[in-house]
Unconditional design. Structure first.
Length: 260
């Protein structure tokens, strides 16, 4: 894993978790460079998604599925070429970097459910993802989590997903996450969350995992031809569901049917 990052007062947790999961997968696949620019994703991904009709807002928040669309079309440069600067998070710069990375294939989705059978399938699918590497996931944060310092957290969770982290491991007792609240928080930036069949912190319901990459010689590259990818969210957030949205969630692992 890349070192724990500090998002400071930037509300771009979606970008921190996505970039972290990409860096981890690049390392797993033995790429030579995997320290990527957070700033690029925060500042340059502002285009409205053609299907979901929403746009990411950098340090004011965003969505995995909208950012994934940007990452399919654009190469991400290295961190040293475009470093994180919270004061310039609304200013996209045209920078160049050798050996930029563009995602060719990914697995991402969202499902809103409290059905125990569905949650069980979501857990099975997440365990299979973890066999491939870390996963960017949503989490329903409760204020008690701000004061977490060690051990297995088995306390209150939030009512809805309001943050994003990197899920990096699992045991019979807990999920292990890397947060972006600096290495001073938690167990040097990490947290153990108790496993529970109800998924109270909603770690299993919103995810992004890169699968395959393309090397790009240099620069921030836009390509109008998209490769096939596993975009499996048919109901991103209930308030932004498209008119043709159904309640079927299908991935390469298992198909899910949401129950009211």
């Amino acid at each position: 894993m890349s070192p724990v990052k500090d998002q400071k007062s930037c509300g771009g947790c979606y970008a921190f978790s996505m970039i972290g999961s990409i860096e981890a997968q690049l390392a797993i696949q033995n790429y030579t460079s995997y320290n990527l620019s957070l700033q690029q994703l925060l500042a340059c991904d502002r285009k409205q998604h053609p299907e979901y009709k929403v746009a990411n807002k950098g340090c004011n928040g965003g969505y995995f599925l909208v950012a994934a669309y940007y990452l399919i079309e654009n190469a991400i440069v290295n961190e040293h070429a475009y470093p994180f600067n919270i004061e310039e998070s609304d200013m996209c710069k045209n920078v160049k970097s050798l050996n930029s990375k563009r995602i060719k294939n990914y697995d991402a989705g969202y499902i809103k459910t409290n059905n125990l059978n569905t949650i069980k399938i979501l857990e099975e699918n997440m365990l299979k993802r973890l066999e491939k590497g870390p996963v960017a996931v949503g989490i329903a944060v409760h204020s008690n989590m701000y004061y977490y310092d060690k051990g297995i957290y088995d306390d209150s969770c939030g009512d809805e997903i309001n943050h994003a982290v990197i899920l990096i491991g699992v045991t019979d007792e807990y999920w292990l996450i890397q947060n972006s609240w600096s290495s001073e928080w938690g167990e040097k930036g990490y947290m153990k969350i108790a496993r529970n069949e109800t998924d109270p912190c909603q770690l299993l319901r919103y995810w992004f995992q890169p699968i395959e990459f393309k090397n790009v010689s240099s620069g921030i590259v836009t390509n109008d031809i998209k490769d096939n990818h596993k975009d499996i969210a048919s109901n991103i957030f209930s308030s932004y569901r498209s008119k043709n949205c159904n309640k079927t969630q299908c991935s390469s692992l298992k198909c899910l049917t949401e129950e009211d």
